[in-house]
Design a protein around this ligand. Structure first.
Ligand code: UD1
Ligand code: UDP
Length: 403
């Protein structure tokens, strides 16, 4: 293989995978040692397209699989079939998958069936709870079974893989690529004044004298009562704190839209002026909003990983997290989905300046913005194929070191 570029198929389907793989796509596209193509399953459609546009990525393969209110068995089956066809067509040496979505699982499985090597980005995160997050915890574990290279975002994630008997020579601590993406956007927002001004205009409906709480939420294990309880907590917060307004770009999943529209949309008129529900926004806009917010309330994995770079305190509406680093660092707190607990934690942040400041320092335990460079370097070194890995990479040391 030496001399000929390595063929890499980068696969993704949802918004967070797209954001996290976009900087890797950029890095591989400009690299003479790689022949890279992008395959999107389009497990998401408009929320994926927003990211493709922001990062100017045109996939060679677009399976266009999203259906309204799709089910896990249905999308999994259609994705395995679809990605297998792409792998047969492109014949990659490596198939890159990201994280824990159905796309990651199905693309990993398709690559395995076609006997292409699998590189797993964001490997090794675990809650050790089968149904939380559902189905992501098991998706991520299954991808580990078929992966030939594991890019762990942190030392803890690497240790999880080693405990599962993953050969150490196949695991490297790269940092999370989301920090690479975030820093690119932060830089644009700082340097491109017209862009910043356009966003200020677009969000001129926000009152600068009020404190902004930014909300996201979409986890399957919270559908139904837990989600309703979170929505009630948000209304309680707005009722209790007259100088607060909340902004919620609402995920397009119908299981999210229904309770949010009913409970937040049905809030009393006196409160609804300070509750803004909007459609999902593009990544540049979301980073701008995170920057404007004083507090973020979310169940999103990606947002938990971004907020520490921006020095924003995060309340995580989950019972557990496979990303405990920010909780340990003190910038995030787990609140679960209980109405009173969310309310109490938010009010504490709003009323206790010392507590809020203690959660507001900017240091990111998830990465340093160099994750893609590490991944590209290692993939390049591995272009002899997975059988060469054990010999070539024992002792590979150029890893993210904890700060
Ligand atoms: C998926 C992932 C989850 C990830 C999340 C990020 C799985 C099982 N779930 O969850 O891990 O954290 O994406 O957001 O892989 N929809 C649209 N337009 C879009 C996107 C979604 O209309 O652009 C609606 C559709 O009705 C779709 C539904 O949302 O059927 C659910 O989408 P799906 O990807 O199955 O689940 P998510 O909850 O988005
Ligand atoms: N995000 C975005 N627009 C929005 C909401 C979120 O671009 O309206 C970004 C956010 O910054 C993060 C990612 O989407 O990078 C998180 O996606 P999501 O919450 O859908 O999935 P998760 O991270 O939970 O898998």
């Amino acid at each position: 293989m030496a001399g000929s570029p390595s063929k890499v198929l980068v696969t993704f389907g949802t918004r967070p995978e797209a954001i996290k793989l976009a900087p890797l796509v950029k890095a591989l596209a400009g690299h003479p040692r790689f022949d890279m193509e992008v395959c999107v399953t389009a497990q998401h459609r408009s929320m994926l397209d927003q990211v493709l546009e922001t990062f100017a990525i045109t996939p060679r393969y677009d399976l266009d699989l999203m259906r309204p209110a799709q089910t896990l068995p249905d999308i999994t089956a259609r994705m395995v079939t679809g990605v297998s066809g792409v792998v047969r067509d492109f014949k990659p040496d490596w198939v890159v998958v990201q994280g824990d979505t159905t796309t990651a699982l199905a693309a990993g499985l398709a690559a395995f069936y076609e006997q292409a090597s699998v590189a797993h980005v964001e490997a090794g995160l675990r809650t050790h709870e089968k149904y939380s997050p559902f189905p992501e915890e098991i998706n991520r574990r299954l991808v580990s079974c078929v992966a030939d290279l594991h890019f762990a975002p942190s030392k803890r994630a690497k240790d999880n893989l080693l405990r599962e008997n993953c050969p150490e020579s196949r695991v490297s601590v790269s940092g999370n690529t989301i920090v690479d993406a975030l820093l690119w956007v932060v830089d644009r927002l700082r340097c491109e004044l017209p862009l910043k001004r356009a966003l200020d205009d677009r969000f001129s409906f926000l009152d600068p004298t009020r404190r902004l709480i930014l909300i996201t939420g979409h986890r399957r294990e919270s559908f139904g009562r837990p989600f309703e309880s979170m929505c009630h907590a948000l209304v309680d917060i707005v009722a209790q704190a007259p100088d607060v307004e909340i902004l919620y770009p609402v995920h397009l999943n119908p299981n999210v839209q229904a309770p949010v529209n009913a409970i937040l949309g049905g809030a009393p008129a006196a409160l609804s002026r300070r509750i803004h529900m909007i459609a999902p926004v593009d990544y540049l806009t979301f980073v701008y909003l995170m920057n404007r917010a004083q507090i973020i309330i979310t169940d999103s994995g990606g947002v938990q990983e971004e907020a520490p770079s921006l020095g924003k305190p995060v309340l995580v509406t989950r019972e557990n997290t496979e990303r405990p680093e920010a909780v340990e660092a003190g910038t995030a707190r787990l609140t679960g989905t209980d109405r009173d607990r969310i309310f109490d934690e938010a009010m504490r942040l709003l009323t206790d300046d010392v507590h809020r400041r203690s959660m507001s320092f900017a240091r990111n335990p998830y990465g340093d913005g160099q994750a893609c460079a590490r991944i590209v370097e290692r993939l390049d070194a591995a272009s002899g194929g997975p059988r060469a890995l054990l010999e070539e990479f024992a002792g590979f040391t150029r890893e993210l070191t904890p700060s």
